[in-house]
Each structure stands twice: as C-alpha cells, then as structure tokens.
Design a protein around this ligand. Structure first.
Ligand code: SF4
Length: 318
C-alpha cells in the first residue's frame, strides 16, 4: 500500500462496512480527480500508526455497546479509535426513522430499552479514560418521551463513575416534545448537539420526519434553557448532497440566529447503494469559505473540512 490510503480503506474494517465508491459522480471536476471508482485526492490521507484501535474495540465489545462510528461507517474510525475516542450509539441499533443519508437499520418496533445500558456506557467511558464522552441515539419515536429519560440516566451514571469527563449529547428531535427537550437539558451536558444535516430545500429528501424548522426550534430552546452557562449549542451540516454555496450560507445564518455557537460541516459519503448519491465532492477551499463565512457573522466555533463529522474531535471547543 502507498503512503496515503483512501478514507474508506482500513485493514480491520470488513468490506461490507465501507462507504460506496462514486460510480456516477455528477460533479464537474476540472482536474478530473473525481472519476468513477475513485475518491478525490483530498479524501485520501495517512492513517495513524497507533495500535489503540484494538483496545477501543475491545472495550466496546466487552460492554456490548454500539457506536455510530461503526453503524454509520464513519471514515474517521481508524483515527478516533486509535485515540481511544468513540461515540456511543444508545437505545439500540435500530432507528424508527429512515433518513436518506443514514446507514443505521430501521424498525418501527425496536427492542425495549436496556436498563443496564447506562452502567455499561459509564464503565466504558471510565475504561477508555475519555475526557469527553459523546453519546448519541437512534430516534425512538415508539417511546412516549423519545428516550429522554434514558439519556438522563446515562448522563447520571457517567457523572457518577467518571466525574472528570465532560458529556456531549447528540440527540434526535425527541418527537418535538418540549417536555422531553427540557428533561434532557436538565441533565446539564457540557455540549448539546442536534444536527440540522442539510439545507432547507433538501431537508424533505435527506431527513425522515425531522423538519428544518423544528431543528431550529430545538436549538433555540436549548440555548434559552441552558443550565450550565457555558454549555455549547452545536449543530452539523453534511455537504455534497446537491446544495448551493448560498444555501449553506443561509443555513449557517439560520443556525447562528437560533443561538447555535458551534457548527460542523463535513463531506457526505454514500454508505450503501440504497442511500442518496454523492452529488459533489466539496473541495477543502470551499470548506474554508464556509468556515470564514460563519466566523464573519459571529459563530464562535466553525469546524469545517472533508473529514469533519458532528463528533469528530468533539472536545476541541471545551
Ligand atoms: S468522527 Fe465521531 S463517529 Fe466518526 S469515528 Fe470519530 S467519534 Fe466515531
């Protein structure tokens, strides 16, 4: 293998767990870098030499937990797991929604919540020595509170067993229930994260049930009901789905007006052939333009780049 390796190539990742190579790229690329079967050069990079990936894998498996790193085929898994970082996916591995970008399995009747999961998450955070624990969830529209109380129970266990760790909750819209939103916010996460995912015009195709305006409402609600004065309100956008630059600028502006102070923007990759095609591979220069725009209108933290994900280097801004 050469000194650089494609973002989706890892010796320990099964082939079925890889993102789909572009077969019909719609983007006009003047340097011809985006050809069928290839990622552009900026989506190739050196892999870290650390061997702690196996340790992270071992802890996750021992505690029978799921991670969004694996379930969503994140291209950063090698890097993050080598640094003992992972994002826990709680409340099962079956989601009650079926978004156009997401590889997580769908079920209208997922299994009941596991009351031991909060303890297993806390044990994992402690064993991995995480300074910052990111906990995300499948959407659980089958539960009356969308899973809010279960999240609170997880945060409580992490606080009890890992008092030095900060906590980031990356939540669904919890069915739009303000009561559920308040329940979660009362657990006092250091970071409250809810992704808007895409621009307004593409939301109906990209997301299932979630709406652009409800996301803005939830972020505004979080900002106005924060208990920790320094709690970050964070959201993320995927690009490469067919949006225009102006639409991304509009979304950054909408997030800022909703009170969001931390925004991530990263490249969408197609997880399997049934999911939305990549329409464009956004250049690093374009990501810089998005970061500059956000900074210019006063967004406190802009984190933009081809490999940026909502939970990538998540403790960076604390
Ligand atoms: S960026 Fe987030 S989801 Fe991806 S591997 Fe890192 S921690 Fe996991």
């Amino acid at each position: 293998m050469s000194g650089t390796e494609s973002c989706d190539v890892s010796p320990v990742v099964r082939k079925s767990r890889l993102n789909v190579l572009p077969s019909h790229p719609y983007a006009e690329n003047p340097d011809g870098a985006v050809n069928p079967g290839r990622f552009p050069p900026w989506l190739h990079r050196k892999l870290p030499s650390s061997t702690d990936l196996a340790k992270t894998d071992g802890v996750i498996n021992k505690h029978r937990l799921h991670t969004v790193c694996e379930e969503a085929k994140c291209p950063n898994r090698w890097e993050c797991w080598s640094h003992n970082t992972a994002t826990f996916l709680v409340m099962g591995r079956e989601c009650t929604r079926a978004c156009g970008f997401c590889d997580i399995a769908t079920s209208k009747t997922p299994p009941p919540l596991d009351p031991e999961e909060p303890q297993r998450v806390a044990d994992s955070v402690r064993e991995l020595g995480l300074k910052h624990a990111v906990i995300t969830m499948v959407a659980r529209d089958d539960l009356p509170d969308g899973g809010a109380q279960h999240l609170v129970d997880i945060v409580a266990q992490v606080r009890a067993y890992c008092p030095q760790s900060t906590v980031e909750l990356l939540v669904s819209d919890l069915g739009g229930s303000e009561e559920a939103w308040l329940t979660v916010l009362n657990s006092k996460p250091e970071v409250f994260n809810h992704n808007i995912e895409t621009v307004r015009s593409l939301t109906p195709r990209v997301r299932h049930r979630a709406t652009y305006d409800r996301t803005l409402q939830l972020l505004a609600f979080a900002g106005s009901h924060r208990i920790l004065p320094k709690m970050l309100v964070k959201s993320g956008i995927m690009v490469g789905l067919g949006e225009t630059e102006e639409e991304v600028f509009d979304t950054i502006r909408d997030l800022k007006e909703a009170g969001c102070n931390t925004i991530t923007i990263g490249q969408y990759l197609q997880p399997n052939r049934r999911k939305l095609l990549v329409k464009a591979f956004v250049t690093p220069e374009q990501f810089e333009r998005y970061a500059s725009f956000g900074k210019s209108i006063g967004v406190q933290n802009m984190y933009c780049g081809p490999f940026v994900r909502s939970s990538y280097n998540a403790g960076l801004f604390l």
